[in-house]
Design a protein around this ligand. Structure first.
Ligand code: CLF
Ligand code: SF4
Length: 502
């Protein structure tokens, strides 16, 4: 069994700065290395800051129906796969309706900090509708950050207009930098009033994407690059994409899994092109990482998503409901400001607090223990505050002898909705246990007897002892307990972990 050594602050720590640097506080501040001007742009953007995604919400308005390219993973009656999971957009809005809806959501969900336009087609292939929405919002709701996601074909032509609207965040979906690869993803692009097919079309798209990226970076706009990982098509190639976009100044790279099901009617879906497994996706994200910021918390949102990432409150804000709402936006702005300041103050206080478990972990001074994956049920706020049976997704953290890091999320079917819908609970539970494969611990606020037993049987330890604690602290504490109990000395398969617990 390894011996744990708790070092004093500033004593023999890798950074030499010890814990007074704040790095060992209860919450990792992933933004502390950034210049203040950039930090201000991202601290409350749920996509650009992993920390912010626990606390701040985003919304999309579906004002952009048309697209200027065809992707093999897209069927226009479904959301744009650049920024969405498959599912039809409930309502297409005109700019006036969109603005009304944004103001209603901003008033009702004060932690909503970002409005994005991400489809269902390409926002920049619908410039009038997109820019009219941004123009009105800049004037009527100046406290909301504006964000846009595009395939990049029309980007260079509108960069200056984007900058006029104070848009600080742009996402470009770049799946390749080689037209040969591009021809396998894009059957055609619509360019200069004609359809250009295959390699030629892909070449035009790639040139426009790269040019648009360079122009935005020159103008100080933060650019995130999304890439869809398509096994056997661009998976290896994405390492080069990552290197190039990083060299050109992209702020963040988000490698997302291909979603392709035959019932979506997409080319890839019908042809049986598979998406990557969790392990394949994580391995590629790690390989692309280097010293670049990688986004791992993307939820592939719908083009009309509303709420925290991972939740969708869109139904509460359908246009017929919005029309009935009486909104005092000036009062809402005051409330929003107070809520945002309170979140920031809370995070700042947590950063300053020195947490024993994280300090101990970061000072463990050993390479003898193996990393452990833990699944966490949370409803937001960065704490463990969700019942196992109410979770629709689990956040996956990796604890190691030096750190705790967020690595991915996994969606699951709701196991318990509290009504009569638990009839097939056993099957659903089995699926959840299967989804959590590779994890050794599940942290949640509460858990029932039946799932507890099934998880244990599968070699996954349920743990409800850290309810309402900040996630990283709880994960660190559980890891330390495992180390102290000798559960981490040797690399272990899940079957072995199961035996050990038995
Ligand atoms: Fe929307 Fe995209 Fe802006 Fe975010 S989503 S336009 S950057 S506000 Fe975020 Fe959703 Fe992933 Fe997009 S989780 S799909 S990365
Ligand atoms: Fe579909 Fe988006 Fe591709 Fe256009 S850019 S074809 S809307 S996935």
């Amino acid at each position: 069994m390894i011996e744990l050594k708790v070092l004093g602050q500033g004593e023999n720590t890798p950074s030499g700065g010890g814990c007074s640097s704040g790095g060992c506080g209860s919450t990792n501040d992933q933004l502390s290395h950034l210049p203040e001007a950039i930090r201000q742009k991202v601290f409350n953007h749920p996509c650009y800051s992993e920390e912010a995604h626990h606390h701040f919400a985003r919304m999309h308005v579906a004002v952009a129906p048309a697209c200027n390219i065809q992707c093999h993973y897209c069927n226009r009656k479904y959301d744009c796969a650049n920024e969405s999971r498959p599912g039809v957009v409930s309502e297409l809005l005109n700019p006036d309706q969109a603005v009304k809806k944004v103001m209603a959501v901003a008033a009702e969900i004060p932690q909503m900090s970002v409005l994005g336009i991400a489809g269902p087609g390409d926002p920049l292939a619908n410039p009038e509708r997109t820019f009219d929405t941004f123009r009105q919002l800049t004037e009527k709701a100046p406290d909301i950050k504006l964000c846009v996601s595009t395939n990049g074909l029309a980007l260079p032509a509108v960069v200056d207009e984007l900058c006029q609207h104070n848009i600080d965040h742009v996402t470009i979906t770049i799946n390749c930098v080689d037209p040969e690869v591009g021809a396998k993803i894009y059957p055609w692009v619509f360019w200069n009033n004609r359809r250009v097919k295959g390699r030629k079309g892909a070449k035009i798209l790639i040139e426009q994407q790269q040019k648009g990226l360079e122009m935005l970076v020159e103008r100080g706009v933060l650019v995130k690059v999304n890439s869809v990982m398509i096994p056997g098509v661009n998976d290896e190639h994405l390492k080069e994409v990552s290197r190039i976009v990083k060299e050109k100044g992209a702020f963040l790279h988000n490698v997302m899994p291909l979603i392709a099901e035959a019932e979506h009617g997409t080319f890839y879906g019908v042809m049986g092109q598979r998406g990557p497994t969790n392990d394949e996706l994580m391995a590629l994200q790690d390989e692309c990482a280097g010293d670049m910021n990688m986004m791992r918390h993307c939820r592939q949102c719908r083009a009309d998503a509303v709420g925290l990432l991972g939740e969708d409150r869109g139904e509460e804000f359908s246009m017929d409901k919005v029309e009935m709402m009486d909104i005092d936006y000036e009062a809402a702005m005051v409330k929003r400001k107070a809520v945002h300041e309170a979140i920031e103050a809370d995070l700042e206080a947590r950063r300053k607090q020195s947490n024993e478990a994280l300090v101990t972990l970061k000072n463990m001074n050993t390479t003898e223990t193996r990393p452990v994956l833990m699944a966490v049920a949370t409803a937001g706020g960065g704490v463990i505050n969700q019942h196992f049976g109410h979770a629709t997704e689990f956040l996956i953290y990796e604890a190691s002898a030096t750190d705790v890091r967020f690595v991915s999320h996994r969606k699951v079917e709701l196991y318990c909705s509290g009504g009569d819908t638990c009839g097939d609970a056993e099957t659903t539970l089995e699926k959840i246990v299967h989804t959590l494969e590779g994890c050794e611990v599940v942290l949640c606020s509460k858990i029932g007897f039946e799932p507890w037993g099934m998880l244990e049987e599968a070699g996954i330890q349920p743990n409800g002892e850290h309810a309402m604690e900040p996630i990283e602290e709880a994960v660190a504490a559980v890891y330390l307990d495992m180390a102290r109990n000798g559960q981490l000395d040797e690399p272990k398969s899940q079957a072995e972990a199961r035996e050990l617990r038995a």
